[in-house]
Design a protein around this ligand. Structure first.
Ligand SMILES: Cc1ncc(COP(=O)(O)O)c(C=O)c1O
Length: 398
């Protein structure tokens, strides 16, 4: 496929050259990029190069090249997610970024932190601990599983706001339910009430065309090793300028490589101590890889695959997905209800009998399947999943 030819989103053959740039194991049908995403070969090669540079001459690497590599990665990432390099710091993953916010955010006895029931489990735990340590209270807004309008999200969320709410923590794209939340509306409503918002955004990087400066959030936490497909162990924390003087690294170190001295909030994050930070330096390579294919083309193809999966599974189970069939509500991941019953063993069965990796999720009292589609996936993967489910669910294997 030459650069001049446009790949048709519904033609697997047009994407074969792209799919071949991933080294997914031959024995595996991988439909779980949303949990752990493998990087494409050019990113994996960039990682190996950085590692070699670090390990064959550490003094030269750390003292003469490290800080510039951090600056370059931050610059490329900031442009990609629509903010300024000075407003974003690199960290290992979204979890690390969320912990930084939780440790730094000023909470006292009686304050409330508001989350939703669609948040990632570890995020609940992070804020539970922050609340326990400060005497604050964690409050969970109960949103419906099925969302059809932004009011379905906004009403229950805002109804749970009280005079004590100090922070709202909310996903951009939810983990257990794969819903794109109306984040601009949430931030606007929160701003009207003078409440800062911390957005948990690992699934949104690359999936959505981000403009962090225009989002209106105080904090944005994300991983670059999900949909952007940088190497595992790469993420970032965005902090709005109004909050930067309150944010500190989890781990106190030199801040910058000696003899340099940190002067600004972000410089404190450059040097958290000696470690392998090479995954972070693959972020620019991952961006170049994606932009060479075309971000819009990536989004259209992966959404088309997710939609293909959604329709096939809706038909198989005679059910309806939980959100409208629109890119407003889902992009690269789709969540489909499974037939009534206990499906605790289904994920293992899919792997053991069919070598398919796909998460089976229990949310509230029901079971769902969450299918992730990246550029190495094709309709044949989804067809095989549907066949396997037909066998397992008929034989009660779930
Ligand atoms: C919504 C959400 N937030 C946070 C995380 C944590 O990401 P990581 O393990 O990369 O820190 C995940 C991981 O799947 C997630 O889905």
């Amino acid at each position: 496929m030459t650069a001049m030819q446009r790949r048709r989103i519904d033609h697997d053959a047009d994407w074969l050259d792209v799919a071949n740039q991933w080294n997914v194991r031959d024995d595996t049908i991988y439909l779980n990029h949303g949990s752990f995403g493998p990087p494409p070969n050019p990113v994996a090669e960039a990682k190996r190069d950085w590692l070699q540079r670090m390990e064959c001459q550490p003094m030269d690497f750390f003292c003469r090249h490290f800080e510039q590599a951090v600056v370059d990665a931050r610059g490329a990432l900031a442009r990609f997610v629509g903010t300024n390099r000075k407003d974003l710091v690199l960290c290992d993953n979204a979890t690390a970024a969320m912990n930084i916010v939780a440790r730094s955010f000023p909470l006292s006895c009686g304050d409330q932190v508001l989350l939703t029931n669609h948040e990632y489990g570890a995020v609940h735990r992070i804020w539970q601990r922050a609340c326990e340590q400060t005497g604050a209270q964690l409050r969970v807004a109960n949103l419906p599983v099925r969302c059809h309008t932004s009011a379905d999200v906004l009403h229950p969320l805002l109804a749970a706001v009280s005079a004590s709410t100090r922070l709202i923590v909310v996903s951009h794209i939810t983990s257990p339910t794969a819903i794109i939340f109306p984040i601009v509306d949430i931030c606007r409503e929160a701003a009207d009430r003078d409440i800062p918002v911390c957005v948990d955004g690992p699934h949104a990087v690359a999936t959505l065309d981000l403009a962090l400066d225009r989002l209106g959030c105080a904090f944005y936490t994300a991983s670059c090793h999900k949909w952007l497909s940088a190497s595992l162990g790469s993420g970032f924390l965005y902090v709005h300028p109004a909050w930067q003087d309150r944010i500190q690294p989890m781990q106190q170190s030199w801040g910058r490589l000696q003899p340099e001295i940190p002067h600004t909030w972000d410089e404190e994050f450059t040097w958290p101590g000696t470690r392998d930070a090479t995954s972070l330096f693959t972020i620019p390579d991952a961006i170049v890889f994606l932009e060479n294919i075309g971000c819009e083309a990536f989004r259209q193809r992966t959404h088309w695959l997710a939609q293909y999966a959604r329709r096939a599974l809706e038909q198989l189970f005679n059910t309806m997905a939980i959100v409208p069939d629109s890119t407003t509500w889902y992009q690269t991941m789709t969540l489909i209800p499974l037939p009534v019953g206990n499906h605790a063993g289904l994920q293992q069965q899919l792997w053991k009998r069919f070598h398919i990796e796909v998460p089976i999720i229990q949310f509230e009292d029901n079971w769902y399947i969450r299918v992730s589609c990246h550029l190495y996936n094709s309709t044949s993967h989804i067809d095989l999943l549907v066949k396997a489910l037909a066998v397992l669910c008929r034989s009660g294997g779930g």
